[in-house]
Design a protein around this ligand. Structure first.
Ligand code: CDP
Length: 241
């Protein structure tokens, strides 16, 4: 039995979570996305960006002129919108009514409204269902705000990446983005529906003084201790035979 299979059989997972899920949560601009993508590549797992799902719906709601505070209209919108979450190159992709909004996900208006829209409970139900669906078919690295606390509370592989606010601000500015991360952090942490919290059993990584590779190495070392096989950076880039 491979280490991966052994780990899987050792984990008490619910029927729906037959595959391994590595949950990575944390505040805005903590480096979660880059870390999760790299880690997924090293593990040979699928990478799921749950924030992109909330951003895609926010983009569509805004372009339709729906007020992001209007929960009733958003509930109504959700009855009609066709939201498809599939994969492209081993990464999650979101289509809304057959449109891929990838290039708009970091638009200023999306940055400004995504926390409001993602506080709508019905939207969270719809998207969490889709997130869990990925785990029926694939081993995953999924990043977000509530992956370890709400979406996959039973996974034994939970990480919370934190970094000092000014480090995170500098990171976002270096990406050329105008993003009020302090406002989003406040809104995400104080909302009623699935707020950003550290899951009790999450391992916290302080990324303030670490590079992306440094954080990935740290998580990889901890996963190896738990029995998972994680390739090194070079091995991961070798084509599969
Ligand atoms: O990459 P960044 O840290 O800026 O954020 P993101 O992961 O793209 O998430 C954008 C927003 O979506 C967050 O500020 C949350 O309001 C929401 N979100 C959420 O509510 N739950 C998740 N699991 C992921 C994102």
């Amino acid at each position: 039995m491979t280490a991966q299979k052994q780990a899987r059989s050792n984990c008490e997972m619910r029927a729906q979570d037959r595959h391994i899920v590595i949950a990575i949560d944390g505040p805005a601009a903590s480096g979660k996305s880059s870390v999760a993508r790299e880690l997924a590549g090293r593990l040979g797992f699928v990478y799921v960006n749950s924030g992109a799902m909330y951003r895609a719906v926010t983009w569509d709601i805004l372009r339709r002129g729906i007020d992001p505070r209007d929960h009733a209209r958003i509930d109504n919108y959700l009855k009609r919108a066709r939201i498809v979450c599939d994969l492209q190159n081993n990464e999650s992709r979101i289509l809304i009514n057959d449109i891929d909004p990838a290039e708009h996900l970091r638009d200023d208006n999306v940055n400004n409204s995504v926390s409001l829209v993602s506080s709508v409970p019905r939207l969270r139900q719809v998207l969490v269902e889709k997130m869990r669906h990925y785990a029926r078919d694939y081993d995953l690295v999924m990043e977000g705000r509530d992956i370890g606390s709400v979406v996959f509370p039973d996974t034994p592989f939970k990480f919370y990446i934190d970094a000092l606010p000014d480090v995170r601000l500098r990171r976002r500015a270096a990406e050329g983005q105008r993003d009020e991360i302090a406002n989003r952090d406040h809104a995400d942490s104080s909302r009623r529906a699935s707020p950003l919290v550290k899951a009790k059993d999450a391992e916290v990584i302080d990324a303030s003084n670490l590079s992306i590779q440094g954080v990935v190495s740290e998580i990889a070392a901890r996963l190896r201790k738990k029995g998972l096989r994680v390739a090194g950076p070079r091995e991961a880039r070798r084509p599969l035979l």
